[in-house]
Design a binder for this molecule. Structure first.
Ligand code: MN
Ligand code: MN
Ligand code: ZN
Length: 280
């Protein structure tokens, strides 16, 4: 949900679309700097959360790269993540979801080690409550984190695994090769997830269909039921008792460019599609 006008405004937007959980950026996601949160904004945020009863967590900006082989960029990334963790704690947000990073010119192994070291350094640098939450990625380019094993390796090497959580993105995982469409494949995927990462470490699910096929390693989100995953995959998730307490949010495109220019709230449409999949 957009935070244009201040983080507290996200709750009313979520309310309007019929959300029970929302994800926000705590700052402009395309900028390094952020103006600090004042007490008035924090108070308004608390009031709106209380009023709407909507569960809220954060996604980190896209600029930081904790795997960066460039020393200066890595340092800048650490400092930026610290600021985001402070903002999450100020707003009382339980999770800060982030993409592990890109190893760029360096080896994959060095990238993995650098992310792990970053996580330790971040928790060593302050007494943070927010759980850094590693999101599975599609594995585009040199992006790390497109397998349960690699996420588990980062968590293990960090030495602060007890403080970390994970986020399952249906589009990313599908693009990374994890199938959830047929019941058998669905069960295999979650059995692997549980064995390698543990369902108890799962904090959040991102519900997105995929514009590209299984294993494509392309990160392009599609409206629910309109992509290669299709309704069967989402029906499996919506009826899985193991996931019934996991907050789930959409990261699908917001508006539809209708021919007559009318404004359709696609979050509403996608939520309705998902809720209709629940068996009574
Ligand atoms: Mn993400
Ligand atoms: Mn995602
Ligand atoms: Zn994505």
């Amino acid at each position: 949900m957009s935070i244009a006008g201040g983080p507290h405004t996200a709750f009313a937007r979520g309310e309007k679309s019929g959300c029970t959980a929302i994800q926000i950026f705590t700052k402009n996601q395309n900028r390094w700097a952020a103006k600090s949160l004042d007490d008035a904004e924090i108070a308004k945020f608390d009031t709106e959360r209380e009023r709407t009863g909507i569960f809220c967590f954060a996604h980190a900006a896209y600029l930081p790269n904790l795997a960066s082989p460039d020393k200066a960029l890595w340092r800048k990334s650490i400092e930026a993540m610290k600021v985001e963790m402070e903002r999450c704690d100020a707003l009382g947000l339980p999770y800060l979801i982030f993409h592990p990073g890109s190893h760029i010119s360096d080896t994959r192994k060095n990238g993995v080690e650098r992310v792990a070291r970053s996580l330790r350094e971040l928790y060593d640098s302050g007494n943070f409550s927010v759980a850094l939450t590693l999101e599975i990625t599609a594995g585009q380019g040199t992006n790390l984190g497109n397998s349960f094993e690699e996420l588990a390796e980062i968590i293990r090497l960090s030495g602060v695994g007890g403080l970390l959580k994970t986020c399952y993105d249906t589009c990313h995982a599908f693009a990374a090769g994890y199938d959830i469409r047929e019941k058998g494949d669905y069960e295999n995927t979650w059995r692997e997830f549980d064995e390698i990462l543990g369902i108890d470490k799962l904090a959040v699910i991102h519900l997105n269909d995929s514009k590209h096929d299984l294993g494509s390693r392309k990160d392009r989100h599609e409206h629910i039921g309109k992509g290669y995953i299709g309704l069967d995959g989402f029906r499996n998730i919506m009826n899985d008792d193991r996931l019934s307490n996991i907050p789930m949010v959409l990261e699908t495109p917001k508006g539809l460019n209708t021919r007559d220019g009318s404004d359709i709230d696609m979050d509403k449409v996608n939520l309705k599609t998902l809720r209709e999949l629940v068996n009574d």
